[in-house]
Design a binder for this molecule. Structure first.
Ligand code: 6R9
Length: 707
């Protein structure tokens, strides 16, 4: 390893860093550092060299100004956000209060008394300002030649029609509409149509299984599901409608769902009488053909004036229990935060073609595919396929053909493309690019360098955006042309975000000191508009997870190192949440899926560093008597996880073992399993509390034998 002292504190150069939480959700909680995938960090791009030699000189005066403005913004967050709310949004009625409630009480509310509509702000006002002919959504399907450009005029008409269609099916203000769709423009339009009539969308990623979909529909008591007959990805068709049919049979609560509205992925919009065409799927009693229904609607629908604190959407995300949480975002605060962060982090300007290639099933797709760019009146690019289809140049081919200006993806995608060499991006004209974004997990310096040099040709800013489903938008990120970049660091907090490092054990703030680095847990000391307000139907859980662990602070669940320059490096989750290819998966969810199998007695799941995915899932299971290990059983167990959660949560490796490391009180010590799969058997830590310490040697032998 290079001998820079500071490198010792960069996460991927260390292997583990145990921190015991004060109000730990699980006594067995320790911090694991997800090895960002870099086994061989590039010595050329150490944080020191990059900041000193390459960027600092260019940006220092602007950065000094940022620091002043940032301090002012957090000195009075209400004054700061008051100004932004007036600048970024059009209000039907001005708000009476900027900020009410507190983190301490877990009852934060922004812009109370104010009224507005998010869809109006994202569409109508741009049409009124003369932008009707500009492309709002530029979409590219699974096949590169399948391209659609939807203007603001067309988007307004279509969203109004969909809104009327939803109303015709009984959807009203406050109703939860579950959306289980492929990445086609109609997905974004359906979300915006919900926003227009005050319905609350709950998008479920189309990679989730029937079981996971059913669980989310029931939890949200959602009477309407909007889906499509099929999706397309990588040349394959995904039978979404069949999965929905399946989900309906799995809901034992009787009849939550009244209607299933079905888009047809390849519907012939030019058909003279669409209602006379045959549906592409076998219709069930609750099904309604969406294309046909929408075509019959009037393209005008008045936007419903919403209270700033009304729910805009919910999005289920993983936490440390087996039950996903329905994170709630509200109309005023979220819309402002989506608009503000898109504009600032990506330096969005008129004429930009903004491409976030995330799926709308995750928060990144909500904030940066749908809401952020449209609220700013820009063109948002929407992508249905994968970076590898039809070949590994797909991203760069799109950048070239559409003259994309901002490109936003996850480190896992960069790492998977790096393997094919820099010749691939070099073949394309990428001169339109200005900003390259990274999200979802820490980006290891090797991938950062590749993105910066081979894709950005050393002339674009790489923004490493740290945030969460719960934060609504970026909370820590560099700003193009303002913040110096450090590979591997999400750099410094955005304006209005009072991010602090807390001592994990006693919770006191570790204030920055010149020239000193520090480590702890990441928290936010003051409310911001984009923060989630509650978990649907379970405010206690919201408080338990976010505002109670460190009273007076929003707790992120991440551990962090702040270096001597005050730059943040995220070092991993402190709860039992894994990050596989940038997707959040709770170990408890995977374990619950495994123990549902009749052969399984106990299951423990841990993350293991993975070159491309960041983390992979490794499971350990013990079997009930009368069951034996076999290749078929292993396959069944993997399939069990696929069908309970979705293919993306399937373990890379499963071990069937006679016993698991348990404390005398019967708790599984996952910390030890994490160490064993990481091959760090010399630093297992204290094993004296184990009921049977000999289990450890057996497990080590088993894991080593299999590698
Ligand atoms: C947006 C999103 C949130 C968790 C978060 C953290 C990790 C996200 C990151 C990052 C380091 C970044 N994370 N961005 N870690 N650097 N730039 O991913 O939301 O799915 O809720 O995941 O992802 O661990 O707590 P979500």
């Amino acid at each position: 390893l290079p001998s820079h002292t500071a490198l010792g504190t960069v996460p991927w150069l260390r292997t583990d860093h145990p921190v015991v939480l004060r109000n730990s959700l699980d006594a067995d909680n320790v911090v694991t550092i997800p090895n960002g995938g870099a086994q061989t960090p590039n010595a050329d791009v150490t944080p020191e060299r990059t900041i000193r030699d390459v960027y600092e000189a260019k940006t220092s005066s602007k950065f000094a100004r940022y620091q002043q403005e940032y301090q002012a913004s957090i000195r009075d967050v209400a004054a700061f956000w008051n100004q932004q709310a007036l600048e970024y949004l059009v209000w039907d009625r001005p708000f009476d209060h900027v900020l009410q409630g507190s983190l301490e009480q877990g009852n934060v509310a922004w812009f109370t008394g104010g009224k507005l509509n998010t869809a109006y702000n994202a569409i109508d006002r741009h049409v009124q300002a003369g932008k009707g002919a500009q492309t709002a959504i530029l979409w590219e399907g699974d096949e590169p030649h399948d391209v659609r450009a939807v203007t603001y005029d067309a988007l307004l008409a279509k969203v109004a029609q969909i809104a009327n269609a939803l109303r015709a099916q009984g959807v009203g203000k406050g109703d939860v509409v579950t959306i289980y769709m492929p990445m086609i423009p109609e997905l974004a339009m359906t979300m915006l149509a919900c926003a227009r009539i005050g319905a609350v969308h709950s998008v479920v990623f189309a990679g989730f299984s029937a079981e996971a979909l059913a669980q989310r529909v029931v939890a949200a008591d959602s009477a309407v599901i909007v889906t499509a007959d099929q999706g397309a990805r990588g040349g394959k068709s995904i039978p979404l409608k069949n999965i929905v049919n399946d989900a309906l049979t799995k809901m034992n609560t009787n009849d939550v769902v009244d209607k299933v509205l079905v888009w047809e992925r390849y519907f012939d919009h030019d058909a003279l009488h669409p209602e006379e065409t045959e549906p592409t799927y076998e219709m069930q009693p609750k099904d309604v053909r969406m294309d046909v229904l929408v075509a019959a609607q009037r393209p005008y629908c008045p936007p419903v004036s919403m209270d700033a604190e009304d729910n805009l959407f919910i999005l289920y995300t993983s936490g440390s229990t087996g039950q996903p949480k329905g994170v709630v975002h509200t109309v005023g605060g979220y819309s402002l935060y989506a608009a503000f962060t898109t504009k600032n982090t990506f330096d969005l300007t008129d004429g930009d073609i903004f491409a976030c290639v995330a799926d709308c099933g995750w928060i990144t797709g909500h904030t940066y595919v749908v809401y952020g760019a449209l609220l700013n009146g820009s063109t948002t690019f929407m992508f249905e396929s994968t970076p590898l289809y039809p070949d590994t140049g797909r991203y760069w081919d799109m950048v070239q053909r559409h003259r994309i200006t901002q490109f936003y993806t996850a480190p896992t995608a960069i790492r998977s493309l790096m393997r094919y060499g820099e010749d691939i991006p070099h073949r394309y004209d990428l001169s339109s690019l200005k900003v390259l974004g990274s999200v979802g997990e820490p980006i290891n310096p090797e991938a950062w360098r590749w993105y910066y040099e081979e894709v950005g040709r050393s002339r674009c800013t790489v923004v490493d955006t740290y945030w969460q489903t719960e934060t609504g938008g970026h909370v820590i990120s560099n700003l193009p042309g303002i913040t110096p970049m450090k590979p591997g660091s999400c750099t410094v907090p955005l304006y209005g975000i009072d991010a602090v490092v807390l001592d994990a054990v006693d919770g006191h703030v570790l204030e920055p000191k010149d020239g000193e680095s520090t480590e702890g847990v990441l928290a936010i000391r003051q409310p911001w508009p984009g923060m989630a307000r509650t978990c649907l139907g379970d405010h206690e859980r919201y408080q338990l997870v976010y505002t109670k662990p460190y009273p007076g602070y929003y707790f992120t669940g991440d551990s962090v190192m702040r270096d001597k320059d005050g730059f943040f490096f995220i070092t991993g989750r402190v709860d039992d949440v894994l990050n596989v290819s940038g997707h959040r998966i709770g170990t408890a969810e995977v374990e619950s899926a495994l123990v549902l199998h009749p052969a399984v007695s106990q299951a423990a799941v841990v993350g293991k560093a993975h070159d491309v995915k960041g983390q992979g899932i490794v499971g350990f299971v013990t079997l009930d008597v009368n069951h034996e290990e076999s290749p078929e059983l292993l396959l069944e167990l993997r399939n069990q996880v696929r069908s309970e959660i979705g293919p993306f949560a399937a373990p890379d490796k499963l071990y069937i073992t006679p016993s698991l490391p348990m404390t005398r009180s019967g708790k599984i010590m996952r910390r030890i399993l994490r160490k064993i799969v990481a091959g760090e058997v010399d630093t297992l830590g204290d094993t004296s509390t184990l009921a049977d310490p000999s289990v450890v040697d057996d497990l080590i032998a088993q894991v080593q034998a299999s590698e």
